[in-house]
Design a protein around this ligand. Structure first.
Ligand SMILES: C[S@@+](CC[C@H](N)C(=O)[O-])C[C@H]1O[C@@H](n2cnc3c(N)ncnc32)[C@H](O)[C@@H]1O
Length: 375
């Protein structure tokens, strides 16, 4: 019954004092209800959150461990290839590049350390078409069009990836492995040739080969870059090269994509192709990669947890990220994103390869660089 009706009935039947009594009863009930509701709210606010599931506790622990790792050290890579290229330039070449500097490259050039500035000069000579400089260095200005696979584009990528060329030879040097004059070198998974073109220019004494299953990338490179021999390779072994015909091979961002089986099969195939004592430089995704990707929010906590858990349990983790469309048309269920530990690599290479060097997180704080020597 509404309050006004109660008061009306009350005053009609029992007089004003009864009405006052009823009014105070009603007010009392409302106050108690308000107190009860506030108490309820307080209980809910102070109550501990629902207990975390074992999966949530596991994820929290793994993410905590990954984020607790010291950040991977960005390695100051020496300049073994850059120095060869840069030393061929004349002052007039440097002046020509500097005179064309503008925008973002100019900003980078202004703050670059001496090694980076040398690499930048070579790239910008290609980007700005400083022909005498390119001729002297042996670089080409040609760049793959947008519809051809290339891992980097734009002025800072023009002419080829001198940094990665340096990284390969710096790692080999630290591993105590020389690449002798006249050696045969293979860029395995070389795409449209950004690395091999820089190596071949820096070391014209080498016989440079590059392969990739991406037919368009290989066709473009074969038609535009004369410093190396490009050929299409199959998704799975064998490759069309004789036993022991290669002295050094490298694979940038390739074992970081192989499922466990192709990863092992291709190690065996390159063991066949590389001569005894020869070297294989690979880059892989390890724990540093997961830490860095988490810090950069480039990977979900679930994905990082699944990868780290599998790496601890089995040493290798694979995720099919390309699906039926494939990676630029390269379709293979064994090609996706892969994470692996050095222990896994050691366990499946020990009879065939000696691990001569491991630089965790050396490439962009995300990829480990490993040098293997063929036994
Ligand atoms: C991430 S890209 C790196 C390309 C090149 N190494 C670079 O750094 O510019 C990976 C390359 O591996 C190639 N690839 C895919 N499956 C391969 C296989 N089974 N054997 C060799 N290369 C493969 C891809 O087509 C792609 O060009």
């Amino acid at each position: 019954m509404p309050r006004s009706s109660i008061l009306l009935v009350a005053s009609a039947t029992a007089g004003a004092s009864t009405a006052a009594y009823l009014t105070s009863r009603i007010e009392g009930r409302r106050t108690r209800r308000a107190i009860e509701s506030a108490r309820q709210q307080l209980v809910e606010t102070l109550a501990p959150p629902p207990a975390a599931t074992p999966e949530q506790r596991h994820e929290e622990a793994i993410v905590g461990l990954l984020l607790g790792r010291p950040e991977a050290v960005g390695r100051g890579v020496a300049t073994p290839i850059t120095d060869r290229l840069y030393s061929r330039l004349h002052d007039s070449d440097l002046a020509a590049v500097r005179s064309r500097l503008e925008g973002h490259p100019a900003d980078l050039y202004a703050v670059a350390d001496p090694s980076t500035r040398k690499r930048l000069t070579l790239n910008l000579a290609a980007a700005y078409g400083v022909l005498p400089a390119l001729e002297r260095a042996g670089l080409s200005a040609r760049m793959p069009p947008e519809d051809v696979h290339a891992m980097a584009r734009g002025p800072m990528a023009a002419g080829g990836d001198v940094f990665l060329a340096d990284l390969v030879f710096d790692a080999l040097g630290h591993a105590g492995l020389e690449v002798p004059d006249g050696a045969t070198v293979l860029d395995f998974g070389g795409s449209s040739g950004r690395v091999v073109r820089a190596i071949a220019a820096g070391r014209p004494d080498l016989e440079c080969l590059a392969c990739d299953p991406n037919e368009d990338a290989i066709a473009w490179a074969a038609g535009n870059l004369s410093m190396a021999r490009f050929f299409v390779s199959p998704q799975r072994p064998p490759i069309e090269l004789p036993d022991g015909s290669v002295d050094m091979a490298y694979a940038i961002s390739v074992w970081s994509h192989f499922a466990e089986r192709p990863a092992i099969e291709w190690l065996a195939e390159l063991h066949r192709v590389i001569a005894p004592g020869g070297a294989l430089v690979i880059t892989t995704h390890g724990f540093d990669c997961l830490s860095t990707l988490l810090r950069r929010a480039h990977v979900s906590t679930q994905t990082a947890t699944a990868a780290a858990t599998a790496m601890v349990q089995r040493g290798h983790h694979f995720v099919d990220v390309f699906g039926p469309e494939g990676d630029w048309g390269v379709r293979d269920p064994g090609w996706g994103n892969a994470y692996l530990t050095l222990e896994w690599l050691l366990s499946c290479t020990q009879d065939d390869w000696a691990v001569r060097l491991n630089w965790p997180g050396a490439l962009d704080q995300a990829q480990d660089v490993v040098v293997l020597q063929r036994r």
